[in-house]
Design a protein. Sequence first.
Length: 156
Amino acid sequence: QVPSAQQKSQNASLTPTAALSLSPSPAALPPPPRRRRAPSVGSGGVVVFMAAELVGPRLYSCCNCRNHVCLHDDIVSKAFQGRNGRAFLFSHAMNVVLGPKEDRHLMTGLHTVADIYCHDCREVLGWKYERAYEEAQKYKEGKFIFEKSKIVKENW
């Protein structure tokens, strides 16, 4: 996909002073936290471990460079609409850079949002809700929208 002139100018304007990095460089990051399920006890008192423990956490990566950006366990909702189709609401994100804040009229009203970019390749992945002006939408504040078309599954 060829970026638009607006996306190019936004990417070019990202500087350490204009964008907030939510994480250190990928080389300095520890591995993602392992979220273990409590072992279940089978018949005869034998402890049975879930297969997920052997594979690691299910996560999503940037579609462009495969940089890890969010964990499946942090999905709040899959019922969102992005600019390019379906989108997911996540409670947390990693390895992303925030663009400048701006007010946008979205389907659910006026919000202050900041686009989120992959830390490694600067692909636009979605946005972060900074402020919701309507009381019913306040639950979105501090959460992240990732467009389904911009992320890929890892460790599934």
